[in-house]
Write a protein that binds this ligand. Structure first.
Ligand code: ATP
Length: 314
């Protein structure tokens, strides 16, 4: 039995401009013990899918099973099996860290949980904050508490919705060490992230969403092997010539272009030169998951019209 099974899940929101389909017939399974990545650009539908999994939103069609339990028909059972780390920093400001974790344990009916709470506090670098009020914590510390809260009932399936957005390197390392350890112990992990290097390093399998549809679903190694060629990387002052722009990944002054051989490299550099620009710090590197992601997203056709201008109720 899969840990999570998304079966033909669709979600349509009503908006002032008419119905808006955020998810369109999404189907895939996550097997027990997998470290699974859900990737996609902003607005692709990742959080909507996770909200449906968490029982926070209802699918317009299709169903989601958590170890066989339907998230709508058997909500309490499905929810008990999930540890969800939300994207938003939501917390109760009146309690200290340990109290918050005890309350969360009670919510799941877990008693005598002090040893596990101690281990969570230790593993997430929160031991010296146990008595701190939630209000006094920095954003990064609050995020650690959210992770601890999600794990307090030892859920077999851990869902992390962009857990490292805006957090420092130390927390990332602490978090990934701990989550990787739990995954080794048999916990299934579902991760959404915009940090493709993290997904590449951690996830065994990846689904990519675009405009509410699954456009890739493969083992990470197979996705990476699609990145057949190399990448030409250089610094440049000014906009790339039109002939290169569509396939380029540009970050500030740094341009990166897929290349297959030496002739390709020469052609790109010649086009840059001919447009009056100077390429500096030129290097060639192996393609990575981000290159595959850009290529998949540029090839896949999404099905839905433009996003709504205003958000309304589900
Ligand atoms: N309550 C709502 N009403 C109308 N549209 C909504 C609502 N919630 C989400 N949407 C729309 O559904 C689409 C998918 O949103 P979602 O938050 O799931 O994307 P995402 O992949 O998680 O994006 P991000 O990476 O930015 O978090 C977006 O176009 C969003 O504007």
């Amino acid at each position: 039995m899969p840990a999570v099974s998304f079966q033909s899940v669709s979600k349509t929101f009503s908006t002032p401009r008419g119905p808006f389909q955020a998810l369109n017939n999404v189907s895939f399974d996550i097997e027990e013990g997998e470290f699974f990545g859900l990737l996609g650009p902003n607005g692709a539908g990742k959080t909507t899918l996770i909200s449906i999994l968490a029982g926070l939103a209802r699918a317009s069609a299709g169903r989601v099973l958590v170890q066989g339990a339907d998230v709508q028909g058997d909500y309490a059972e499905a929810r008990r099996r999930l540890g969800i780390v939300p994207q938003e920093l939501v917390f109760d400001p009146f309690f200290n860290v340990r109290e918050a974790l005890k309350i969360q344990s009670g919510y799941f009916g877990v008693k005598n949980n002090d040893a596990w709470i101690d281990e969570l506090l230790e593993s997430l670098g929160l031991a010296d904050k146990a008595k701190s009020n939630m209000r006094q914590l920095s954003g990064g510390m609050k995020r650690r508490v959210l992770v601890a809260q999600a794990l307090v009932h030892r859920p077999p399936i851990i869902v992390l919705d962009e857990p490292t957005a805006g957090v420092d390197v130390e927390l990332r390392q602490t978090l990934w060490q701990f989550i990787a350890k739990l995954n080794k112990q048999g916990h299934t992990v579902l991760l959404t992230t915009h940090y493709l290097d993290e997904a590449e390093a951690l996830c065994g399998r990846i689904a990519m969403l675009k405009q509410g549809q699954v456009v890739a679903l493969e083992r990470t190694t197979d996705l990476l092997s699609q990145a057949s060629g190399n990448v030409l990387r250089f610094k440049v002052d000014g906009e790339l010539p039109v002939a290169l722009r569509a396939q380029a990944r540009v970050t500030g002054r740094i341009a990166q272009l897929p290349v297959h051989d030496a002739a390709d490299i020469e052609r790109c550099l010649a086009l840059v030169r001919e447009s009056g620009l100077v390429a500096e710090d030129i290097e060639v590197r192996k393609a990575d998951l981000e290159d595959v992601f850009i290529s998949v997203m540029s090839k896949a056709s999404g099905s839905r019209p433009a996003a709504p201008a205003t958000e309304v109720s589900a």
